[in-house]
Ligand binder design. Structure first.
Ligand code: ADP
Ligand code: MG
Length: 329
């Protein structure tokens, strides 16, 4: 039995990078969708006050019975109300914009970093895997994610100084392991918006491989980390699908982005190429929320809470899809 099929113990993965715009949310949503397609009972938790992952799945953050905000205040009770059934095998613990206030609300609570862990414990029988979409900051929300998680996945872009950012992040994981979660490990790095033909990208790939190789056999949290394959190619469909409240598998199932996230999910779980979908399990009833176009939801959310609008993706002149591997293997 592998780590994704332990009865009563979901594999909890935090997708973390303190930098914004690197592909955390895109990866959390589409990887979660790919794992659900594999038949794993998947819960996606939106820990970002911008609620982009919630919106990406077509859920209206202003029309919820409960959200991660309530769960962090009353973990054991609110978790049951807040989880939304979104797709077959895919459940969501959504965010709403008042989440930003939680940092202040819980400032003096001695168990403030253990709230998510307590909540997920209360639903551990319902899921095989839990994906945590972290905000781009190391505050209470990310600390809750790292305390609850078994492992960390780092979405990043192969940019200049990318490695410096990763080593900072790994130091943070090390500190959390020493203080809050002794069993936390780093699963690996996922390269997002990858353009393998550039020399820089190839250099970053080589540096990352060397870095992880050097850590093998040591007792750092990244001693079994790997550069996950394939890299996710830059693909305009991935940037378009959130506006429709759809995953890449719904919006453009034959796009490179769908192939990449599907292959990544298989690599993560070790599933065979054409795994069959399981029937949804019998679980307690969850609310059904009608998907709505994201641009509608986002403008509502923005007008209510002055959230930053989602960054526009720059469109490079050479917007081409690379080899299926994303980088030399
Ligand atoms: P983060 O959550 O780290 O801030 P996002 O996942 O929101 O990052 O991605 C930042 C922007 O890049 C979004 O507009 C997203 O749609 C876009 N994007 C992410 N991955 C890709 C990709 N592989 N190809 C093209 N655009 C992408
Ligand atoms: Mg995000």
């Amino acid at each position: 039995m592998d780590a994704f099929h332990q009865p009563g113990a979901p594999r909890i993965i935090a997708l973390m990078n303190q930098k914004g715009g690197v592909g955390k949310t895109t990866t959390t949503v589409n990887l979660a969708a790919a794992l659900a397609k594999q038949g794993l009972r998947t819960l996606m938790v939106d820990l970002d006050p911008q609620a982009h992952a919630t919106l990406h799945l077509g859920i209206d953050p202003t029309a919820l019975d409960g959200s991660i905000y309530d769960v962090l205040h009353e973990p054991e009770t609110e978790i049951h109300r807040a989880i939304v059934e979104s797709r077959q095998n895919l459940w969501v613990l959504p965010a709403e914009t008042d989440l930003a206030g939680v940092e202040n609300d819980l400032r003096d609570a001695p168990d403030r970093n253990q709230r998510l862990q307590k909540a997920l414990n209360a639903v551990r029988d319902r899921f095989d895997v839990v994906m945590l979409d972290c905000p781009p900051a190391l505050g209470l929300l990310t600390l809750n994610a790292l305390t609850a998680a078994d492992s960390v996945l780092i979405p990043m872009q192969a940019h200049y100084l990318a490695l410096q950012g990763v080593s900072k992040l790994l130091e943070t994981v090390q500190l959390v392991r020493q203080s809050l979660n002794a069993s936390l490990s780093v699963e690996g790095v996922i390269l997002c918006m990858h353009e393998m033909q550039t020399t820089l990208a190839q250099e970053v790939v080589a540096d990352l491989e060397d870095f992880f190789q050097a850590a093998k056999g040591t007792d750092v949290p990244w001693s079994s980390a790997r550069l996950l394959r394939p890299a996710v190619r830059r693909n305009i469909k991935l940037a378009e699908c959130p506006s429709f409240g759809q995953t890449i598998f719904e919006y453009a199932p034959s796009a490179a982005g769908a192939a990449d996230y599907e292959a990544l999910a298989r690599n993560l779980t070790g599933a065979p190429e054409h795994s069959t979908q399981q029937q949804p399990p019998a679980t307690e009833p969850a609310q059904n929320v009608e998907p709505r176009p994201q641009h509608e939801l986002e403008s509502e959310a923005a007008s209510q809470a002055q959230v930053e609008p989602k960054p526009q993706v720059p469109q490079p002149s050479s917007w081409v899809d690379d080899s299926p591997y994303g980088y030399p293997t």
